[in-house]
Ligand binder design. Structure first.
Ligand code: SF4
Ligand code: SF4
Length: 254
């Protein structure tokens, strides 16, 4: 079922809202969802708000693309890449010789993420111009741009994904989508255009996680608490390896 079929609606057909989704999908967006900026502020008041970027913001549009499951299988099996255990391992005092250097798990997936980043930026750029031409403001983000000078992320996509009905939070601190599990790459377009918003699919945290815990057990830096929190410094110090996304059994896996 597409997101548009699940939207809260006054009953009136919003042709221009549908046009925006059709445009995004025709440009390649596989995932599309809308959260109300007002609901975001009510449910997640401690996060940076859409109104910081767009005065009187009404909608948070999330667009996304799935990550390739066969490439991500290599993250869970880093021995597929014959990387010498030296350099980074030496920096760890020679510990964990069985593993490749920290972050090397990402060897095969990084180029795809860079490519998907560019694809999403192009789609978001074109959507923003469409909104501008309709007389609306629009602001879009880079999908993932670490910036140590910012105290927090510029904007948090996952709360919007949850409110938009695109999935629920997993213990790997990612949104678990029904179609692709946590292996998705997304960005957000904020606008002052009122769009029909999606409906959350259930509680914020995925109930199935309690009987799984695979990501918590497989995290090489033990950064996942099992209570829905992540030690971001521990994760970053291990190169944000992505193992917790690769091993999740939800969505299309290999
Ligand atoms: S929390 Fe970080 S270090 Fe742990 S598996 Fe996930 S990406 Fe890797
Ligand atoms: S690996 Fe298991 S516990 Fe972790 S997010 Fe996926 S379903 Fe939840």
């Amino acid at each position: 079922m597409s997101i548009s079929q699940k939207r809260e609606s006054s009953g009136k057909t919003d042709e221009s809202a549908r046009d925006l989704e059709i445009m995004a999908r025709s440009l390649g967006a596989e995932l599309y969802g809308v959260a109300s900026a007002e609901r975001y502020a009510e449910e997640f008041p401690d996060k940076p708000q859409a109104s910081r970027y767009v005065p009187n913001a009404k909608s948070v549009i999330i667009i996304g693309l799935p990550l390739s499951p066969d490439l991500w299988a290599s993250v869970a099996r880093p021995q597929m890449a014959p990387i010498l255990s030296k350099g980074a391992d030496d920096a760890r005092g020679g510990q964990a010789k069985r593993r490749p250097p920290m972050g090397a798990e990402r060897f095969f997936v990084d180029p795809e993420q860079q490519m998907l980043t560019n694809e999403l930026l192009k789609i978001a750029y074109k959507m923003s111009w469409k909104l501008n031409r309709e007389g609306h403001k629009a602001f879009y983000f880079h999908p993932f741009k670490p910036e140590p000078r910012f105290k927090t992320a510029a904007f948090y996509f996952m709360p919007a994904m949850y409110l938009a009905g695109m999935g629920q939070m997993g213990l790997n601190c990612s949104i678990i989508t029904p179609e692709y599990g946590p292996r998705v790459w997304v960005t957000a377009v904020l606008t002052d255009k009122e769009l029909p918003a999606g409906i959350a699919v259930g509680p914020q945290y995925l109930e199935d996680c309690q009987s799984c815990l695979v990501c918590v057990e497989r995290c090489p830096s033990k950064s996942l608490t099992g209570q829905g929190w992540k030690n971001v410094h521990g994760c970053a110090s291990y190169g944000c390896c992505g193992t917790c996304l690769a091993v999740c059994p939800k969505g299309l896996t290999v």
